[in-house]
Design a protein around this ligand. Structure first.
Ligand code: ZN
Length: 337
């Protein structure tokens, strides 16, 4: 029987019935991006379609249904997916609202959900089950969400399963949420996540995890993003430089997406505040040597004022007008030396 090779997913899986035949007909897998919800949704979809007699939650991996699934053309599966939101997951709600910016929305249109109506109405091709996977559920246009709600309210005759994935369950229609069996995914313990990343051959697991918002798969994705690391280094080197020059820093920030700049700066400010208050560096462990003296020389009050202006910038970064001006003004207030 197949298993999911992500150890921290187990507690979420354990919430589900031990055998696939007892699975609720609507599931909502929720949690930060980069925790394996997508992997789990597809794992369950395959298992729900699998035609082998078995105990447990996984698919057999050998039957003709499993082969069809693997070939990507199972007639009883519909997957609706739009590009993942920024996989970077923020620490606190406050930081998130400030630094995480909606990208041009990639919505699931109402037509995509209406097109499921026929699929829901007919009998499963292979007579077993039909599975609909929607990722992420919060990407549904409001009318798409309402169309889905109707389907959930009128359970079709033959076995149809809905597997929804959400990085932001608070943005999913409450009436949809309440009709789904909730499967929350938690962030793994840091040490366990670090061990797992080491096992994947990640060279600087602590840094990768910090920059992946403490979600291991987001960390893996982050590591592969060479452009991000180059941009980050260019900007942070400026912030760390003695004789800080706000215009030079603004030049470095210019080619970087506003929300990414906002996040890097807020993490920089967070680390400074944390060091100042006797804590440790959380987000930029590779810059600890630069952050420590900076924190030492600055007053907590000055730091907090700048942190606040970074958070404000994060909110403004949603509106790209005057990006350069806003950046210059923000960096002029940076209390570094
Ligand atoms: Zn199978």
């Amino acid at each position: 029987m197949e298993k999911i090779d992500l150890p921290w997913v187990q507690p979420a899986l354990e919430r589900l019935p031990a055998t696939i035949s007892a699975m609720p007909h609507a599931l909502l897998l929720s949690g930060l991006a980069g925790l394996g919800k997508r992997t789990t949704a597809l794992f369950l979809a395959k298992a729900l379609l699998c035609e082998a007699e078995r105990a447990g939650r996984g698919a057999c991996g050998k039957c003709s249904s499993c082969h069809l699934y693997d070939a990507g053309n199972h007639p009883d599966l519909r997957t609706i997916e739009v590009g993942q939101e920024d996989a970077q997951s923020a620490e606190s709600a406050e930081e998130e609202s400030a630094t995480r910016v909606k990208k041009p929305s990639r919505q699931i249109p109402v037509d995509a959900i209406r097109a499921l109506a026929d699929f829901v109405a007919i009998t499963a091709h292979r007579g077993r089950a039909k599975v609909i996977v929607i990722m992420p559920a919060e990407a549904m246009h409001p009318s798409a969400a309402n169309a889905l709600l109707k389907m959930l309210e009128e359970p079709p005759g033959s076995a149809t399963y809905f597997v929804l994935v959400s990085h932001r369950p608070d943005r999913v229609l409450p009436t949809i949420r309440s009709r789904c069996f909730q499967v929350p995914f938690g962030v793994p313990a840091t040490d366990a996540a670090l061990d797992w990343l080491k096992g994947q051959g990640i060279e600087h697991p602590r840094l990768a995890l910090a920059q992946g918002g403490y979600a291991p798969l987001a960390a893996m994705e982050r590591v592969a993003d060479v452009e991000f690391w180059n941009q980050r280094k260019a900007l942070l080197d400026e912030l760390a430089r003695p004789g800080f020059d706000p215009l030079a820093a603004a030049d470095r920030a210019e080619p970087i997406d506003g929300p990414v700049v906002a996040r890097l700066l807020s993490q920089w400010a967070y680390d400074l505040v944390s060091l100042k208050s006797g804590g440790t560096v959380r987000y930029h462990p590779d810059y600890t040597a630069a952050l420590e003296p900076l924190a030492q020389n600055l007053s907590a009050q000055v730091l907090m004022v700048w942190y606040d202006s970074v958070l404000q910038y994060g909110r403004a970064a949603q509106h790209p007008l005057n990006k350069r001006l806003a950046m210059e003004s923000l960096l002029s207030g940076y209390p570094g030396t």
